[in-house]
Design a protein around this ligand. Structure first.
Ligand SMILES: CC(C)(COP(=O)(O)OP(=O)(O)OC[C@H]1O[C@@H](n2cnc3c(N)ncnc32)[C@H](O)[C@@H]1OP(=O)(O)O)[C@@H](O)C(=O)NCCC(=O)NCCS
Length: 149
């Protein structure tokens, strides 16, 4: 299947809201938050789209100079394990010049996501007790490896 990966601007608001409403409904994102994510320069929204402009997955990250926090990452369940999240992440990482560190929190029971992040060179740095919905979470980071000559 042909997909394209791109950074979304405010023109993509409708497509993002449709995707979120259809798939990622375990958490609610208000219309104002969607607009903020797509317009404030500190947020970067990267999506995977099919040829018809339908979003198959997305990430929203908060960037501060050379660091980023992953706020959301979601791939349509029908299209998982095909490398879509990996492509979204690679695109994001290469689009932030000088990115040195990424950080996120994920539920300790979310094996798919933890495996995904480990495969993409994130490491667990600590477990936070009763962080979200009384469930423990893993705090994970990725640090750029500096090669010395
Ligand atoms: C986590 C998620 C984004 C991965 O998306 P994806 O497009 O399937 O990921 P990719 O195909 O790029 O990467 C696949 C890797 O992820 C991990 N993975 C994905 N699904 C998995 C599963 N069901 N069981 C175990 N590992 C899994 C594996 O490391 C896998 O690599 P492998 O195929 O070599 O074993 C997706 O499962 C998802 O949207 N989950 C629901 C939302 C979520 O939990 N988001 C993260 C919250 S922080």
């Amino acid at each position: 299947m042909k997909i394209s990966i791109r950074q979304l601007s405010i023109e993509g608001l409708r497509a993002l809201k449709i995707f979120h409403t259809k798939h990622a409904c375990s958490y609610r994102i208000s219309d104002t938050s969607f607009v903020n994510y797509l317009t404030f320069p500190q947020y970067v929204v990267v999506v995977a789209m099919n040829v018809n402009g339908i979003i198959l997955g997305y990430t929203i990250c908060l960037v501060a100079i050379d660091e980023a926090d992953v706020i959301y990452l979601y791939v349509d369940a029908k299209y998982r394990c095909r490398g879509i999240a990996t492509q979204i992440f690679k695109y994001f990482m290469s689009s932030i010049s000088g990115l040195k560190r990424m950080h996120l929190e994920v539920d300790v029971n979310n094996a798919e996501a933890i495996n995904f992040y480990k495969k993409n060179e994130f490491k667990i740095i600590r477990i936070r007790k009763a962080y979200s919905n009384n469930s423990d979470s893993c705090e994970m980071i990725w640090c750029k490896v500096e090669h010395t000559v």
